[in-house]
Design a protein around this ligand. Structure first.
Ligand code: ARG
Length: 479
C-alpha cells in the first residue's frame, strides 16, 4: 500500500478524477465512485464496502487524462476548501453573535435587541443600559405578607432582604425605586421568611454610602440575626362597609365599600370605570381610550356610589395605553391615567393594592366586580354603583371550546359564573376585579371584554393585572 501511494500517480488520479467531473453531491456515485474494475457490481454504490485493492489497480488507458485532471482539481479544490472555511467561520461568527450578544445567552439584555450585560452588571448600582433598565426593577414585594425581595444577579434569584440595620429611610428609598412616592410610605416590619430564604438573604453592608443606589449596598448572606423586611409602600386595600351584596346579577353598593372605584367621564357622562392605585395613578383598560385619547377630554370622579352625587372630579394629565394593546384580540388591555392633582384619601377614596409576585389568585378564588355598567346586555346604566361576586376560572376552563374557545391569552383572566346570570357589562370596562385576602383587597383584573353579558358559559374577561405588574411600576417610575 505504502509504495503504491508514493510511487504511482495512479492512486492520486483516481482520487481526484471524479472531482473534475463532479457528479451530484452525495449521490452514490460521489461517495463510492465507480472505477474501471473487475467487479462491476461495485458501481451500484452504497452500501458496498470500498475495495481499496481495486482503487490501486486501475486500467492504464485512463492515465494521461487523469493526470491533467489532477492539476485543475487541485486549484479548484483549494478554492473550494477556502470558501468552505470562510463560510463556516462566518456562520460560526454569526451564530456566536446571535446567541451570545443578540440573544444574550450568557448575560442579560437591556431590552429586546438591546445591549447585552453580564449578570454582575445587573442591579449592581451602576446604570449600564442607556435607559437604566439594569437598575430599574431590583426590588419587589412578595405575596400578601409584602416580603421585600432584592434581585441578586449573581445568584440569578429574588432573595428576601434582611432587616439587620434596616430603617424607615431605606424603606422609603425602596418604595420610591419601586414606583411609589416617599409620601405614600406607611411602615416596614419583620417576618420570618420561611422557605423563601433557602438561598439566604440580601443584607445591608456595613458603612454604606447613602449617595449610592441601595442595591449596591446589599450583598448575599446566609446569616441574618433579625428576619426578613416586609414593606408597606402605600396604605391600600382597606374597605369600610363590606359588600352588602346590579352589574348584571349584583346588588347596590354602599359608600366606602369600594373606595378605589372611580368613574371616568367625558362631559360629565360616565364612560368607563377605573381603580385608584396611588394618589396620582388610576388603572383602567386601554380600549376605553382608543377613540378619545386626549387627556383633556377626561375627568376622574370618586367618593360616591351615586353618579348623580359624584361631582366633577379631577383632570387627567397623561393617558398611558399599553404599547402592545391589540384592539382585535384585546390583548394587553390596560392603561394608566396620571392625574393633574393628587387625590385626597378618605374612607370613601382610597387605593386598592396592586398584586405582588406570588399572589394566591388561582382557579376557584372568589372575587368581586363593581361598576356603573349596564344591568343587562344593551340595557340602561344605573345611577348607583353595583357589585357582584364571581369565581376566577383557570385559563384551561376559560379557553374550552364551549366557553371562550382559546381567546383568553396570558394577559387576561376570566371570571364570572359559568351557569350565567352574573357578569360585568357595557360601561363596567376598566373597573376592578378584586380579591380579598385577610382584610386586604387586591386588584386582580380590569374589566375588558365578554360575549354578550352574563350568558351561560360566557364568563367576563379581565386584564391580568398580576401579569402587568412590572409594566405598571415602570410607568409609575418614569415621572
Ligand atoms: N367592553 C365592555 C365595556 O366597555 C365591558 C364588557 C364586559 N363584558 C362582559 N360580558 N363581561 O364596558
Amino acid at each position: 500500500m505504502y509504495n503504491n501511494k508514493v510511487n504511482s500517480p495512479v492512486y492520486e488520479n483516481r482520487g481526484f478524477q471524479h472531482e473534475a467531473e463532479r457528479p451530484a453531491p452525495y449521490s452514490s456515485q460521489y461517495i463510492y465512485p465507480s472505477f474501471p474494475q473487475t467487479t462491476p457490481s461495485h458501481n451500484v454504490g452504497y452500501p458496498q464496502t470500498i475495495n481499496t485493492h481495486s482503487t490501486t489497480t486501475p486500467g492504464e488507458a485512463h492515465y494521461p487524462r487523469q493526470k491533467t485532471g489532477t492539476r485543475k482539481c487541485h486549484w479548484k479544490y483549494g478554492l473550494c476548501a477556502c470558501l468552505c472555511v470562510v463560510v463556516t467561520l462566518a456562520v460560526i461568527g454569526l451564530l456566536l453573535w446571535y446567541f451570545l450578544y443578540y440573544q444574550c445567552l450568557l448575560g442579560m439584555s437591556c431590552g429586546p435587541g438591546g445591549k447585552c450585560l453580564s449578570h454582575s452588571q445587573w442591579c449592581n448600582g451602576v446604570r449600564d443600559c442607556s435607559n437604566g433598565e439594569d437598575e430599574s426593577q431590583c426590588f419587589r414585594l412578595h405575596g400578601t405578607s409584602l416580603i421585600l425581595e432584592s434581585y441578586s444577579a449573581n445568584k440569578q434569584a429574588w432573595m428576601p432582604v434582611c432587616a439587620d440595620n434596616w430603617d424607615d429611610n431605606y424603606g422609603k428609598t425602596v418604595c420610591q425605586q419601586i414606583g411609589y412616592s416617599r409620601q405614600d410610605y406607611v411602615a416596614y416590619s419583620q417576618i420570618s421568611p420561611g422557605s423563601m430564604a433557602s438561598n439566604g438573604y440580601m443584607k445591608l453592608k456595613s458603612g454604606s454610602d447613602p449617595g449610592l443606589l441601595l442595591q449596591s449596598q446589599l450583598t448575599p448572606s446566609l446569616q441574618c440575626s433579625a428576619s426578613a423586611v416586609t414593606l408597606q409602600c402605600i396604605g391600600c386595600g382597606r374597605s369600610s362597609g363590606g359588600p352588602s351584596s346590579r352589574i348584571v346579577g349584583g346588588t347596590e353598593a354602599v359608600n366606602g365599600a369600594w373606595p378605589w372605584q372611580v368613574s371616568l367621564q367625558i362631559s360629565s357622562k360616565h364612560i368607563c370605570g377605573g381603580s385608584i392605585i396611588s394618589p396620582y395613578w388610576i388603572l383602567s383598560a386601554a380600549h376605553c381610550f382608543q377613540k378619545y385619547n386626549s387627556p383633556s377630554l377626561w375627568r376622574v370622579s370618586s367618593g360616591d356610589v351615586r353618579l348623580s352625587q359624584i361631582g366633577l372630579g379631577t383632570a387627567v394629565e397623561r393617558i398611558i395605553n399599553h404599547e402592545k394593546y391589540d384592539s382585535d384580540g384585546s390583548d394587553n388591555d390596560i392603561a394608566l391615567l396620571k392625574l393633574r392633582e393628587p387625590l385626597t384619601f378618605s374612607t370613601r377614596v382610597r387605593p386598592v393594592c396592586l398584586p405582588n409576585a406570588g399572589m394566591p389568585f388561582s382557579a376557584g378564588s372568589q372575587a368581586w366586580i363593581t361598576g356603573w355598567g349596564a344591568l343587562r346586555s344593551s340595557g340602561p346604566s344605573p345611577d348607583i354603583l353595583n357589585q357582584a361576586q364571581v369565581t376566577i376560572y383557570s385559563r384551561e376552563t376559560c379557553n374550552a371550546d364551549q366557553v371562550l374557545h382559546g381567546q383568553v391569552t396570558k394577559t387576561m383572566i376570566c371570571a364570572g359564573k359559568l351557569q350565567g346570570g352574573v357578569d360585568t357589562c357595557q360601561g363596567d370596562s376598566g373597573g376592578p376585579l378584586v380579591v380579598k385576602v385577610g382584610d386586604v383587597w387586591w386588584l386582580a383584573g380590569d374589566t375588558s371584554w365578554g360575549i354578550g353579558c352574563a350568558l351561560k358559559n360566557k364568563p367576563g374577561v379581565y386584564g391580568n393585572v398580576t401579569y402587568f405588574i412590572d409594566w405598571i411600576y415602570k410607568q409609575m417610575q418614569n415621572d
